[in-house]
Design a protein around this ligand. Sequence first.
Ligand code: PBG
Length: 333
Amino acid sequence: MRPTLAPYPAGRPRRLRRTAPLRALVRETSIGVDDLIWPVFVRDGSGVREEVPSMPGVFRRSVDLTVAAAAEAAELGIPAICLCPYTDPALKTAGCEEAWNPENLCNRAIREIRRQVPGIAVMTDIALDPYNINGHDGIVRDGEIVNDETVGCLVKMALAQADAGADILGPSDMMDGRIGAMRTALETAGHSNVTIMSYAAKYASAFYGPFRDAVGASGALTGDKKTYQMDPGNSDEALRLIERDLSEGADMVMVKPGLPYLDICRRVKETFGAPTFAYQVSGEYAMIEAAAANGWIDGEKVMLESLAAFRRAGCDGVLTYFAPRVARRLREG
Ligand code: PBG
């Protein structure tokens, strides 16, 4: 279908931009509260809420305050919250055993939210980096991030999170074969209703810096993640990975980072038509907040415009640290 336009003066596209009601009537896409997933950082303790220095307005919360945040998000109509743990450095090991401890921070938070806030879906981030003394998403042997052994660990992690009551598992590790392995293990364990949102097209990006601060992985990380995360120059490869993860049993797929990769979102949605999400990552959030704090941009407007862009690119939803702020703005109208 080609959009048609009568030649001027019969065609005056400005007619439809003249008033707010007319603009609203012909708006093709918009961001709504149903499109939001809110990533939150969890830490130990109780009654603790500390700001992440490189992400002003974003906090690490102890489990009790994470539950309170989930309740607030549910009340705002946000459908899902994604838990990202800040692990006590003393619990980090080369074998990453804490990752599948049923009593780890993430699993305790899942259980408490499930118990106290039934109206919100709980999503997790599956990767070994918060638990790894090496800061990598996989097990490191002789300087190599080994694939198959890591997949075994990720499956144990996925099962522990499903047992705790997670609704959406989000493998963010970029190992090969992990979606199929997790899906089989979930079926075998009686967790056939647990959904997987695969971080399928995840790039080796410098935009993740503030997140690594937030989960305490920056100091630990040696080298980079280029042997498992995607090369930013690639686009066809993203389609191959999305197709692979869907065929292994992913219910939803994600592109990450967000705004710099909207072309990938568009191709993925057009090619597969699957539920497609983007992650507006920590560096994107930090850039908007930093410019707004300097008075260089209107932060509220840029926030809304940046999220609308994901919908225009074809995304069904967005993981964004702005989620509660956007939800409040949308409610105010
Ligand atoms: C863990 C993970 C990362 C992010 C989400 N899950 C960091 C990384 O891969 O290094 C980044 C999210 C963000 O920057 O907001 N594997």
